[in-house]
Design a protein around this ligand. Structure first.
Ligand SMILES: [Zn+2]
Length: 498
C-alpha cells in the first residue's frame, strides 16, 4: 500500500467518530443522576484553585473537584444568556433547559401590580411555597411522567433552590428554615421523613444554626451533603429498576460571596472545604452504587458575582450602586412637571432592583399614554452615568430590543406580567442598592459564567467550550431517554459522548 493510501486509510478508520453512543449503550440509561449546583459558583473558582484541590483519585476512591474535572466533560466557561442572573431563575434554567421568558420569571422576587406587594418566586397562596410560578416542566418532571417509579429528590439551604430544581413532580424538596430542615404542603402534604425529624432534633441542640451564622462556614455544605446521603440511603436512590434523580444545591457559597466578594481569601477557604465535602460525598456515592459506572453527575453554578467594589476603584471602570432613591425622586418630579400632580399615589409605584413599576390606574384615569411616561423616565435615567440603556414595556410590545448581546438577553428574560414597565440596563459593575456588599443582578460575564461538568458512563472526558447552561437539562433528558422539558431551548451536547 502506498503511503498516501495508508494515510487515507488511517484518517478514515482511526479518526474518532463524532457521536458514537451505540444503540445498546443508549438503551441503558444511568441508574442515578446527581446534579450538584453551587450557588454563586463563578467559572474561575475551579480554574483558580485547581492546584489546591485534593488529588483526582480514582473511580474507586475519588477526590473532589479534580476528580470530576479530570473524568468529566468539563466546560470551564459555560454561560447563561439571561439579562439578570440570580438564584431562582438560575436553578430554573438548570432544571428546565429554558429561559426566563418561557419558564415565567426573571428575578428572585418581583413587584406584583395586583397585590401591590413583592412576590417571591416560590410563593404559593395554597401551599405556602411551591414551583407555582414555574410555567414549564423540568427534566425530572419529564422522567416522572413516563417513569412513575423513578424518584426525584432535591435539597438545599435555600427554598428557591430546592423548589426550582425539584420542579412540579419531585417526591420531596427539602430546605432550611430557622435552622430546621423543612418542606411545604406541596410535597407529601408537608410530611417529612423520620430521619429529618431526628436530624432536626440534633440541629435544635446546636447553637448558631441561623442563616447568618452559616455565612462563611462549611457547616451548611456538610449539612446539605448529609441530607443528600440520608436520602440516597433511605430512599435507596439508584438501586431500583428505574433511574432516579438527586438534586443538591450548596447555598452558603452565595451567602459568603455577597458578604466578601469573589476574591476574598475566605472564598478560597470555603471552596477548598467544599472540595473536601464533595470528595466525601463521592466516596459515599461510590459505595452506595458499587462504583460509579451507573451514575451521571453534573456540577454547575446558578450565577456568578462581580468583584467587590473596592477592587475596581483604583484601576477598573466605574463601579458602585445606582442611587435609585434619588433617580426615582427626579423621575417623579419630572412626571409631575410634565403631566401634573398625580394626587394620592405617585406616578411610580415601586422599584424592585432595576425594574420600575408605573401607576397604571393613574395613567388610565388621566388618559396619559404609558409610552409617554416611560419616555420621560428614560430621559432621566439616561442622564445617569451608571445606566447603559433603558428598555420599556412599549419597547417589548413593539419588539424593539437594545443592540447586541444585551438585547438578546432582554429578549430571553423579559416577562411581561412580572417585570417592570421600565427596565434599567446598568453599565458593567454597576449594581442597585440592596442588603448585600456585592450583588449579582446583571447579564455581564462575571454574573453569567459558570463551570459545567458532566460525568457519566458514556462521557468522553476532556475540556470543552461553547456550552450554555440551558444545554444541561436536554443532555440529561437524552441520557434518561425522555423528551426534554416543555420549553427547553438547549441542545444535547453530543460531542461529549464517547
Ligand atoms: Zn446571591
Amino acid at each position: 500500500m502506498s503511503r498516501v493510501l495508508l494515510a487515507i486509510f488511517l484518517i478514515l478508520f482511526t479518526t474518532p467518530r463524532a457521536f458514537t453512543l451505540s444503540s445498546e449503550e443508549f438503551a441503558k440509561p444511568p441508574r442515578l443522576v446527581v446534579v450538584l449546583v453551587i450557588d454563586q459558583f463563578r467559572s474561575d473558582y475551579l480554574t483558580r484553585f485547581e492546584k489546591k484541590f485534593l488529588p483526582a483519585g480514582t473511580a474507586k476512591n475519588p477526590g473532589g473537584f479534580r476528580f470530576l474535572m479530570k473524568e468529566s466533560a468539563y466546560f470551564p466557561f459555560a454561560e447563561y444568556d439571561s439579562f439578570q442572573n440570580m438564584t431562582c431563575p438560575g436553578h430554573a434554567t438548570i432544571a428546565t433547559g429554558s429561559r426566563p421568558v418561557h419558564f415565567g420569571f426573571s428575578t428572585n422576587a418581583w413587584y406584583d401590580d395586583q397585590t401591590q406587594k413583592t412576590s417571591d418566586c416560590t410563593e404559593d397562596s395554597v401551599y405556602g411555597q411551591s414551583p407555582h410560578f414555574l410555567r414549564t416542566t423540568t427534566f425530572g418532571d419529564e422522567l416522572r411522567l413516563i417513569s412513575p417509579l423513578s424518584k426525584v429528590f432535591s435539597v438545599a439551604l435555600k427554598a428557591r433552590a430546592a423548589i426550582m430544581l425539584g420542579g412540579h413532580r419531585a417526591n420531596l424538596a427539602l430546605w432550611l428554615k430557622d435552622g430546621q430542615i423543612t418542606t411545604s404542603d406541596f410535597y407529601q402534604k408537608g410530611k417529612v421523613p423520620d430521619w429529618v425529624t431526628r436530624l432536626n432534633e440534633e440541629l435544635k441542640k446546636q447553637t448558631n444554626t441561623s442563616e447568618a451564622d452559616l455565612v462563611g462556614s462549611v457547616r451548611d455544605t456538610q449539612l446539605t451533603f448529609r441530607m443528600a446521603t440520608k436520602i440516597l440511603e433511605t430512599e435507596r436512590l439508584g438501586r431500583g429498576a428505574d433511574p432516579d434523580v438527586l438534586l443538591i444545591s450548596l447555598s452558603s457559597h452565595d451567602l459568603l460571596g455577597h458578604a466578601r466578594g469573589p476574591n476574598h481569601r475566605d472564598m478560597m477557604d470555603l471552596t477548598l472545604a467544599e472540595d473536601k465535602a464533595l470528595a466525601q460525598f463521592l466516596k459515599f456515592l461510590t459505595k452506595h452504587m458499587d462504583g460509579l459506572s451507573g451514575v451521571t453527575i453534573a456540577v454547575t453554578g446558578d450565577h456568578g458575582i462581580p468583584p467587590a467594589e473596592e477592587e475596581l476603584r483604583s484601576t477598573g471602570p466605574a463601579a458602585g450602586d445606582l442611587d435609585m432613591n434619588s433617580i426615582l425622586a427626579q423621575a417623579n418630579r419630572k412626571l409631575d412637571e410634565k403631566f401634573g400632580a398625580p394626587g394620592k399615589s405617585p406616578w411610580i409605584l415601586a422599584a424592585e432592583g432595576f425594574h420600575i413599576h408605573l401607576n397604571h390606574p393613574l395613567m388610565h384615569a388621566k388618559k396619559i399614554s404609558p409610552a409617554d411616561v416611560e419616555n420621560e423616565i428614560r430621559q432621566v435615567l439616561l442622564r445617569s452615568e451608571g445606566v447603559a440603556d433603558v428598555f420599556t414595556r412599549s419597547d417589548a410590545e413593539a419588539r424593539r430590543f437594545p443592540p447586541g448581546f444585551l438585547g438578546e438577553q432582554v429578549k430571553n428574560s423579559y416577562v411581561a406580567d412580572k417585570d417592570g414597565d421600565v427596565l434599567i440596563i446598568p453599565r458593567p459593575f454597576i449594581s442597585a442598592k440592596g442588603p448585600h456588599v456585592v450583588n449579582h443582578i446583571t447579564g455581564y460575564s462575571y454574573d453569567r459564567s459558570v463551570p459545567l461538568l458532566i460525568f457519566g458512563p458514556h462521557i468522553k472526558p476532556g475540556v470543552y467550550s461553547g456550552a450554555k447552561v440551558i444545554d444541561l437539562a436536554p443532555t440529561l433528558s437524552f441520557m434518561l431517554r425522555t423528551i426534554p422539558p416543555a420549553t427547553c431551548e438547549g441542545k444535547v451536547r453530543q460531542e461529549i459522548f464517547k
